[in-house]
Design a protein around this ligand. Structure first.
Ligand SMILES: Cc1cc2nc3c(=O)[nH]c(=O)nc-3n(C[C@H](O)[C@H](O)[C@H](O)COP(=O)(O)OP(=O)(O)OC[C@H]3O[C@@H](n4cnc5c(N)ncnc54)[C@H](O)[C@@H]3O)c2cc1C
Length: 416
């Protein structure tokens, strides 16, 4: 792999940047692979990277219906955090944050990873109780969550001038999660793709999978694509919001539903906020990008949907909520708005699991799956390589729905 460095940048400047190697190849699609991964989003590409890196499995094709990194990984608000509630969840997300912290160096690709803390703005006592429960449990698992006073909260977020004692919902407390970070989403996809490709994995864009195929013995045996049949003994589905449309082609129903989530950005302004601000009671969160834009997100549209645009009333709800706490932002112009799909399991926890069909694996339920890209890929690669779950994902198997072993994480974010 061609190394990126200050020196290589300077050397290539001499040839007007005409001679850089392509970041990944475009090999011909073969008929047979050891492993197929469907979906070149964050999770599919991370799985390919770790399959090669950790397990030496490189006879792998990643099949992507559009362009790599063009799905939800391109549409999210890039918040990385580990402030979850359950014993089962926190270690998984702590691992993900730890893997993220090594990734720029490991991939030799600048992910613009910026650790900047997240501050929860608490406006109701039930939320304060929930968040304090989380704090105690997070401390048990090595994650950070510290209470701060309202004065300190206002000091650290200067434009937060709403939510005073006479407001509809006065601010009652703040909680700081210092492990939280943001990171450039496209770079995560591109860095992982470049590394997987360098280790021998093939990435095939414009190759939509139309159906999963089962052999006479009941095992998975490959997939039908718009470019023909491709065979493999192991197939992993990592298609985010489209999981059920694929698994239903083989008669496999999963306990996930797909929803639309939206986000929008303001015009760039001078540095205003250097933390991620999360307002769980009113359902809005925001951070300021390196370019100065405010990146703003709200709650998901509660109706099931595959739409990727933005519903006006969902957008208005988020804007109204934001202006309650940040009244001065009414002068900001908004530049872009967009939506994406989230697949949410019934207990709002991910599914990284074998299925009832031998050789078929799914990675789904990622309503906050950007933060989970490294750990999701790392653990799915382990599952594919050993046909046994990594300890971190044992609680996230499909079996939990049979035994009612839910890992309930509903209510731990603005989005759900
Ligand atoms: C507005 C918004 C804000 C968000 N904010 C955050 C956040 O701040 N923090 C966070 O952690 N998460 C966030 N998320 C969630 C996060 O983006 C997703 O959970 C995560 O990107 C999903 O994993 P992925 O990257 O693998 O999915 P994707 O990038 O969607 O990858 C799946 C890929 O599968 C491909 N595909 C689908 N069907 C097929 C098929 N039949 N054949 C071949 N390929 C197929 C798609 O084209 C796509 O490229 C947000 C999501 C949205 C929409």
């Amino acid at each position: 792999m061609q190394r990126y460095s200050l020196l290589s940048l300077a050397r290539h400047a001499l040839s007007h940047h005409q001679n850089w190697q392509r970041a990944w190849r475009q090999p011909p699609l073969r008929k047979d692979y050891e492993v197929l991964i469907i979906g070149a989003g964050g999770h599919g590409l991370a799985t390919a990277h770790y399959l090669a890196r950790e397990h030496g499995i490189t006879d792998v094709a990643v099949l992507e219906k559009g362009w790599l990194g063009g799905g939800n990984i391109a549409r999210n608000t890039v918040t990385i955090r580990s402030n979850y509630l359950r014993d089962e969840s926190i270690p998984f997300y702590v691992k993900s944050v730890a893997l993220y912290e090594q990734l720029t160096r490991q991939l030799n690709f600048n992910l613009m990873y910026s650790k900047r803390s997240m501050i929860d703005v608490v406006q109701t006592y039930p939320k304060l109780r929930e968040i304090r429960r989380r704090m105690f449990n997070m401390h048990n698992h090595g994650s950070t969550y510290e209470p701060i006073s309202v004065d300190e909260l206002r000091r650290r977020i200067p434009p937060l001038t709403g939510g005073g004692p006479d407001a509809r919902l006065p601010i009652v407390a703040g909680m700081v999660h210092t492990d939280a970070a943001v990171c450039r989403h496209d770079a995560v996809a591109w860095g992982l793709a470049r590394s997987a490709d360098d280790q021998g994995v093939e990435i095939h864009q414009n190759t939509a999978v139309q159906a999963l195929l089962r052999g006479p013995d009941g095992r998975i045996c490959g997939v039908e694509t718009e470019r023909g049949t491709v065979r493999a003994k192991k197939v992993a589905v990592a298609v985010s919001g489209h999981t059920t449309t694929l698994t239903e082609t083989i008669g496999l129903r999963l306990p996930v539903k797909t929803f639309n989530l939206t986000a929008f950005v303001s015009e760039p302004v001078k540095p205003l906020i250097d933390v991620i601000v999360n307002c769980p009671d009113i359902g809005v969160y925001l951070s300021q990008s390196d370019r100065g834009e405010l990146v703003i997100g709200g709650a998901n549209d509660p109706g099931q949907s595959y739409r990727r645009d933005i519903k006006q009333h969902v957008f208005e709800d988020a804007v109204v909520a934001m202006l309650e706490l940040f009244p001065s932002f009414k002068r900001l112009k908004l530049m872009r708005q967009w939506g994406g799909t989230l697949d949410i399991a019934h207990d709002a926890s991910p599914i990284v699991s074998k299925t009832a069909i031998p050789g078929l694996y799914v990675s789904a339920g990622w309503w906050g799956g950007f933060k989970a890209v490294p750990a999701g890929g790392y653990t799915l690669a382990h599952l594919i390589a050993h046909d046994e779950p990594h300890p971190l994902i044992e609680p996230f198997s499909l079996d939990r729905f049979k035994h009612l072993d839910y890992v309930l994480e509903s209510g731990t974010t603005a989005a759900r």
